[in-house]
Design a protein around this ligand. Structure first.
Ligand code: 5GP
Length: 187
């Protein structure tokens, strides 16, 4: 019997590891230039963004700090309000600091919209947004994205930190799942 391979569940590779690596290097270099003397705090949201964050900071050869939050949506009924619950708060103060919010993907924008208001209340000197993937088709909240890796079509993607049911985060590329994975009757 052969070993299960997560790659076998991928219908299509949207962005290869090489494409992601090259783009993350560009984003890191741009951020390092723009934030050279500002000792920024990169605030990331668990868990999807950690792989992007880990690669991004290693492409930034400037002093910086990292902080992590975890949020969960209140569920389908209240999702459209963008109300989210903070499961893990910042561990340090961001008052007077230059904050870069590092996100894996912006879809409706509701989560980030809530998060930005939450962070703004904590008195940072500035806040900018850096996302790897922008999926503008379903946007409900208008968000200014300062640094963007890729714009992608309206498809559910996995890999490079992004999961389906907690799986596939460890794929080194961004792909689209086979429909049979989430609708087994389809095959
Ligand atoms: P938003 O509030 O912008 O609709 O949702 C943002 C969050 O939804 C992301 O941080 C991510 O956790 C999840 N999400 C949105 N689109 C996708 C997708 O295509 N794939 C995966 N794995 N998660 C997604």
């Amino acid at each position: 019997m052969s070993e299960p391979r997560i790659h076998d569940d991928v219908e299509e590779v949207l962005l290869t590891h090489e494409q992601i690596t090259a783009r993350v290097a560009e984003l890191g270099a741009q951020l390092a230039t723009d934030y050279a003397d500002r000792n920024p705090v990169l605030v990331s949201v668990l868990k999807g963004s950690i792989i992007f964050l880990a690669d991004l900071v290693r492409a930034m050869d400037v002093p910086l700090a990292i902080d992590l939050m975890e949020v969960s949506s209140y569920g389908a009924a209240t999702e459209s309000s963008g109300q989210v619950r903070i499961l893990k708060d910042l561990s340090g103060s961001i008052e007077g600091r230059h904050v870069i919010v590092v996100e894996d993907i912006i879809d409706t924008g509701l989560t980030l919209n809530y998060l930005l208001r939450y962070l703004e209340d904590r008195g940072p000197a500035s806040i900018q947004v850096c996302c790897l993937l922008d999926k503008p088709a379903r946007r409900l909240a208008s968000i200014e994205i300062d640094y963007r890796g890729f714009t992608i079509p309206d498809r559910f993607v996995i890999g490079y930190g992004l999961d389906y049911d907690e799986r596939y985060r460890n794929l080194p590329y961004i792909g689209v799942l086979r429909p049979s994975v989430y609708t087994p009757a389809a095959e």
